[in-house]
Write a protein that binds this ligand. Sequence first.
Ligand code: SF4
Length: 236
Amino acid sequence: MKYISKSYLMAYDPETRYGCPFKWYLIYVKGYSFKPTKAMQLGLDFHKCANALYDKLDVGILEGKSRREACQIIQKFLPKNDVYLNFAKLESDRYSVLGRRFVPFRREFTINNGAKKGIIDRVFKVDDGLMVEELKRATRKSYPIEDVKFEVGFYAKLMIEKGMKVTLGSCFFAQDGRFEIFNITEDLLRKVDERERRILKGIEDKNFEQCWDERCNYCPKEIRDRCLEGRFNGET
Ligand code: SF4
């Protein structure tokens, strides 16, 4: 393992809807690589697309445009489907209401602190502090806000440790066009710390249990079959 990232922790965390300690073991100890599922691939495309928008869009062309016009212009930079339409609506709302933070201060912002590393979707300047944002393309189930807070809090902690002032966290759920903003409080940072310690303790104790529930659907069939048939027995 080169560093501890959000994905590293979430892949193990039995409290999340994707985490499975045994899957974590296969990836990080045995070196298996898992192809992204269709839903995950859509999520990756969504990120790519959101970034391409800011690479290509000259925000100046939105000057004086109504929300509807701004939305139409933004859509020209995006593939045509409901998810991206929601994204365009959100960004045009932001531009109309909060033009000063329409363009993120940082995108795909990489931050390192010792053994930890984060790649943060977007960072905005809000008043005299920073807001950390995650983009989620939630699929069948809505993404638990506690997991989002853990992910955003993990990044906020890294930034705070580097001397930055992080006051807000946010998440945009592309599937339903939902946007949540929350405060980065001492209590949130403490909970992140506790959850992180719990996960790392499980790894240290070599607790690599198979989760055996609907999360198995996110594993490739051959892995699922081997798991079900007990063909991994004795590996951990
Ligand atoms: S098939 Fe299920 S138990 Fe096996 S690694 Fe995947 S999620 Fe874990």
